[in-house]
Design a protein around this ligand. Structure first.
Ligand SMILES: [Zn+2]
Length: 238
């Protein structure tokens, strides 16, 4: 594993001869019901990428803990940033990584929020034309695996802090899971935008955490590790 934060300048130069690939992981500090910690998205992507690092050679950048949170933005504990801030941060990270000789740049997010993902994707779309020879990928494993994860879940329409995310946390960090929040499927009046959704979404859960299990979590993590390893295996090739 090449964790960028723990290596020296000399190590960097040496490893750069072996790989031109860097992964920037993105998480959130965001409510995940009454039973999961605020860093759930960050913890999951960090642990999954550590597992991927035994299969592929790449620089693993320090995690970006803050992300764009919309529907959970009014809930206690969520501390988010605006899409504008995320775009600027992602732009600077991509450009400086490129300047330091990296050519395959992956932004991988443990948070699948649509505005959060679109801010990252927009940044890559705007930059790609100006970075000669660069390969950039922007994704959340939940985007790649929605079919497989839906098949693993007993709950239809399972999402935020629900069956699958709770299962993954049971597998990766059981000691941080505080019981199980109640099943919840919020009815948010469409197509309106609100500053605070807590009125419509009291528990901050989308799905049924009661159906979660460590076994499902292990399977979900394996799927995530394999799908990210697959992208990393293809990234250096045209
Ligand atoms: Zn989450």
């Amino acid at each position: 594993m090449i964790e960028l934060e723990n290596i020296t300048m000399a190590d960097y130069k040496r490893y750069l001869k072996q790989t031109k690939t860097i992964v920037f992981p993105f998480g959130t500090i965001e409510e995940h019901g009454s039973h999961l910690p605020l860093n759930t998205d960050a913890l999951i992507i960090r642990e999954v990428l550590k597992k991927v690092s035994s299969k592929r050679k790449f620089f693993l950048a320090p995690l970006v803990y803050y992300g764009v949170c919309t529907t959970t933005g009014g809930h206690p504990g969520t501390i988010g940033i605006t899409p504008e801030t995320l775009r600027r941060l992602a732009r600077d990270l991509i450009q400086d990584a490129y300047r330091k000789g990296l050519r395959n740049i992956l932004l991988i997010s443990g948070h699948g929020g649509s505005l959060h993902m679109s801010a990252l994707k927009e940044t890559a779309e705007v930059l790609i034309g100006s970075l000669k020879g660069a390969r950039i990928a922007v994704f959340s494993p939940y985007d790649l695996l929605w079919k497989e994860l839906a098949a693993l879940s007993e709950t239809p329409n399972d999402s935020h802090a629900g069956e699958i995310e709770t299962s993954i946390m049971l597998y990766l960090a059981q000691e941080l899971v505080k019981g199980r929040a109640a099943e919840e499927f919020p009815q948010i009046p469409k197509p309106f935008i609100f500053e605070d959704y807590t009125k419509y979404w009291k528990g901050g859960v989308w799905g049924n955490p009661g159906k979660a299990s460590r076994e499902k979590g292990e399977k979900a993590v394996q799927l995530m590790v394999d799908s990210i390893a697959d992208v990393l295996g293809r990234v250096g090739k045209p």
